[in-house]
Design a protein around this ligand. Structure first.
Ligand SMILES: Cc1cc2nc3c(=O)[nH]c(=O)nc-3n(C[C@H](O)[C@H](O)[C@H](O)COP(=O)(O)OP(=O)(O)OC[C@H]3O[C@@H](n4cnc5c(N)ncnc54)[C@H](O)[C@@H]3O)c2cc1C
Length: 407
């Protein structure tokens, strides 16, 4: 046996799972075909949700977000910019929606404060003229490459083996049990044997599961983000209306990231990237913030949400639940030694990892409590250390490349 647990997929979820297991003393290897965070994590919007976006519709999702928002501000201050956020009501938006959101936030303990248009403009002078009022919420900005690398490096400090730039080409299945994987790091294929294999490949989870003969239907959905040079926005902006295209602006140091859309796609690698989605970001985000200039675009990127098909069955369109699913393929498909973790959000990656590690630790007969909500991530107390780690792993992803700099 090469390792006790093989985690496949070095996004936030897989890196978080490897960290959690390693901290419990489990021997673990983490395999990623590209760079850490090179999948959806490093192509996301980078909003550390407070949960306010999900109420009044999804109370459970909101509760999960506010809990993890507080944990991540504590354990990963070097990966978070604690900017706060505003939900802005624009002329024509239903004022009742604003009231319902505020009431639901209060009920869940998500702190809010109502600002008049004038008060909001004192904080954000470039707010669009049509903004009527705003609700302050504890949203923040999270830098996914830093976060994912911090989790991977922390796993390594606890004994995990990290294998970036290593693709899983096949799974080893013997007598109905997954026994490891065939991997290739560019120097040829080799076998990596494990007692248990975790599929944390996000939008690609269906393809990986098929290597074990398991059918798992994903419902990936793409979204565009546009990073524009912009000075003077220090808080996240959300539109106070039911979730729609172009209703979030995320501030970076000297840029803002506009997003996003939601388009169902068949293949997470090959899908149409329509320039009209970019124009739409300027139209919609421009209703909240003035001065966004298409001539000052720094980069445009698309990401693919790792939604599981049960999401699509339960919810239609934009109201889709983005909760997560832990699939035990022994119970579900009669294939033992194999589990998948899909869905969720960057904000809730740690909770997803905890649920996965609880399940896997039990399967491999390990006791030990999760401590990832209490123990800060590596680099939290050493300025610059996290960017050295990002450079060491040559991780460079569009979600935060302007902030962390090119390695
Ligand atoms: C447009 C958009 C905006 C979003 N914005 C936000 C936001 O603001 N806030 C928020 O909380 N969430 C956001 N999300 C959701 C969030 O980004 C994802 O839910 C989360 O990052 C998924 O992480 P993951 O680790 O599960 O998947 P990924 O990050 O995709 O990781 C899976 C990894 O598996 C690897 N892999 C695949 N196949 C193989 C193989 N055969 N061998 C080895 N490795 C393999 C991939 O390369 C990839 O790196 C957004 C998503 C999208 C698409």
């Amino acid at each position: 046996m090469d390792t006790t647990v093989l985690v496949i997929g070095g996004g936030a979820t897989g890196a978080g799972t490897a960290r959690d297991l390693a901290m419990r003393g489990v021997d673990v290897a983490l395999v990623e075909r590209g760079d850490f965070a090179g999948g959806t994590s490093g192509r996301s919007h980078g909003l550390l949700h407070s949960g306010a976006r999900y109420v009044p519709g999804d109370r459970e999702g909101a509760e999960e977000c506010i809990a993890e928002n507080r944990v991540l501000k504590r354990i990963a201050p070097h990966c978070v910019s604690d900017t706060g956020g505003l939900f802005v009501q624009v002329s024509g938006d239903d004022p009742e929606f604003f009231e319902e959101k505020r009431a639901a936030c209060e009920e869940l303990g998500i702190g809010t404060e109502e600002l008049s248009a004038e008060q909001a403009r004192e904080e954000v002078p470039d707010l669009a003229d049509d903004v009527e009022r705003a609700l302050r919420v504890p949203d923040a900005v999270i830098h996914p490459t830093r976060l994912t690398v911090a989790n991977a490096a922390d796993a390594r400090e606890h004994g995990a083996t990290l294998l970036p730039n290593t693709e899983v080409r096949d799974l080893l299945v013997e007598d109905g049990t997954v026994r490891g994987a065939v991997v290739d790091d560019g120097s040829g294929e080799r076998e990596l044997r494990a007692e248990h294999v975790v599929n944390a490949t996000g939008a690609w989870a269906g393809e990986l599961a098929a290597m074990a003969g398991v059918e798992m239907e994903m419902a990936p959905s793409s979204g565009v983000m546009v990073a524009v040079e912009y000075d003077g926005l220090d808080t996240v902006l959300n539109r106070a209306r039911p979730a729609a295209d172009g209703d979030i602006v995320v501030p970076h140091d000297e840029q803002v990231v506009l997003g996003t859309t939601s388009v169902d796609v068949d293949d997470p690698d090959e899908f149409e990237r329509d320039d009209r989605e970019i124009d739409r970001m300027f139209e919609e985000c421009g209703a909240m913030l003035s001065g966004l200039d298409p001539d000052r675009i720094d980069r445009v990127y698309w990401g693919v949400r790792p939604l599981y098909s049960a999401d699509r069955e339960r919810h239609a369109g934009r109201q889709i639940s983005r909760g997560f699913y832990l699939l035990d393929h022994d119970e579900r498909d009669g294939v033992s030694g194999f589990s998948s973790i899909v869905g969720g959000k960057l904000t809730t990656y740690r909770a997803m990892a905890e649920a996965t590690a609880d399940h896997v630790a039990e399967r491999v007969g390990r006791e030990g409590e999760c401590s990832t909500a209490e123990e800060p991530l590596v680099g939290h107390d050493a300025p610059g250390r996290i960017d050295e780690l990002v450079a060491e792993f040559e991780a460079n992803n569009p979600a935060d490349s302007d902030v962390i700099g090119s390695p």
